[in-house]
Write a protein that binds this ligand. Structure first.
Ligand SMILES: Cc1ncc(COP(=O)(O)O)c(C=O)c1O
Length: 390
């Protein structure tokens, strides 16, 4: 069968960045124990009461076709959470329930780009961004957020990237992979640029409950931005529900309303029993979200302490999310070489920074996603590996 160029373009020419992860999984499958610090998934599973709510909902018969926009109760709960966190008036009409944040990212780009138009995204970036943009028929264009600027986007770089075909800018704060949170000044600058050029801002906020330092500002709350911003949210990271595939897109009511057409021809909504479980999880409030985030907060402290006693690996000053990025350039290796040798020689899997764009090359991303003592031991091993190289 002849495959479309569009399908072939999704992963991109240099692969999609998951090669090391797949190699580590291959080693594990063939019996080699590997300490996995690669993907952003909790070591805890979905909480038992949330599973119970899911089970009850399914048993009660919420197993039929779901309502495409999402169940009203869940849309209202998400709207209330968004309003409480940002102060922006938000109703169910501003909320589309999607199968995870990834689906919301796709919906946001479908909603705002026509074929051949250009979509900007900050580099370093979550690995699916360029493929998502190409999948909707748009042109993906990375904008550097450089290590020397602590990975904060700069106005000059944004301005230099924008031309007459540019329609959207995708940002992610707290950021995967860097762990950086955009400062209030950065967010205001982004809002100014977006408004000056008539762009749509797509703000991926799936890590909004993982804030270790400073504050997270949702750009939708900045003056004049509610009409120009689509916010991506998800139950995956905040409520340890990665496999349940439940997220949302928040934006102007007319756009959200029209996006039902996309749900109709793609996902046909999110299963009702999953939405009931998500509603139950949201109803547990902030203390539940803090409980889910607590292990990463602890491990971040462990990370900073372990790295303070050496001077070869430099951590990017992280403020949020479940990752820490390490600058490995003093070892003389690239991020890719470091990660591959660490896997072969110490059986520890971390992601090469290059999987997340050019600006993260020379770094590796460590996911703080295994139990505390194993995590601490792995970090010490990474430090001793780096010391031996240097
Ligand atoms: C920045 C970012 N956005 C979106 C997603 C997608 O998450 P999900 O589709 O599970 O909600 C992820 C997952 O790792 C992510 O890191």
């Amino acid at each position: 069968m002849r495959m479309s160029d569009k399908l072939k373009s999704i992963a991109g020419e240099g692969g999609d960045g998951w090669e090391l992860f797949l190699r580590a999984r291959g080693m594990i499958a063939s019996g080699t124990p590997v300490t996995e610090l690669t993907i952003g998934e909790h070591d805890i599973r979905t909480a038992a009461p949330v599973l119970q709510a899911m089970h009850e909902a399914a048993k009660a018969g919420n197993t039929g076709y779901a309502i495409m926009h999402g169940q009203m109760t869940l849309r209202e709960a998400v709207a209330a959470r968004v309003q409480a966190r940002t102060g922006v008036p938000t109703t169910y009409e501003n909320v589309l329930i999607t199968p995870g944040g990834q689906s919301a990212l796709f919906a946001a780009h479908i909603a705002s780009l026509d074929n051949g138009q250009t979509a900007l995204y900050m580099d370093p970036f979550y690995a699916t961004y360029p493929g998502t943009i190409r999948a909707v028929g748009a042109v993906d264009k990375p904008v550097p957020a450089r290590a020397e600027h602590a990975f904060q986007p700069q106005r000059a770089d944004l301005e230099a990237a924008i031309n007459e075909s540019t329609r959207t800018l995708l940002i992610n704060s707290p950021n995967n992979p860097t762990g950086v949170i955009y400062t209030p000044e950065t967010m205001q600058m982004i809002a100014d640029v977006v408004q000056a050029h008539g762009l749509t801002l797509i703000s991926d906020e799936v890590y909004d409950t993982q804030i270790w330092e400073g504050v997270h500002i949702s750009p939708r709350s900045l003056e004049g931005m509610a009409d120009h911003t689509l916010v991506v949210g998800s139950m995956s990271k905040s409520h340890a529900m990665t496999g349940s595939r439940c997220g949302w897109l928040v934006g102007p009511a007319d756009v959200i309303d029209k996006l039902v057409d996309l749900s109709t021809v793609t996902t046909y909504g999110v299963p009702g029993y999953i939405q009931d479980a998500a509603l139950f999880a949201l109803e547990q409030g902030e203390s539940f979200e803090e409980e889910i985030a607590a292990p990463f907060k602890r491990r971040r402290e462990v990370t900073l302490k372990a790295l303070a006693s050496q001077n070869i690996l430099t951590p990017v000053p992280t403020a949020g999310a479940m990752y820490v990025m390490l600058d490995v350039r003093q070892t003389g290796l690239t991020g890719e070489e470091f990660a591959n040798r660490l896997l072969d020689e110490r059986h520890i899997a971390v992601m090469p920074g290059g999987s997340f764009g050019n600006e993260a090359a020379g770094h590796v991303r460590v996911a703080m996603t295994i139990e505390d003592s194993a995590y601490e031991a792995a970090l010490k091993d990474i430090c001793s590996f780096a010391a031996a190289l240097a």
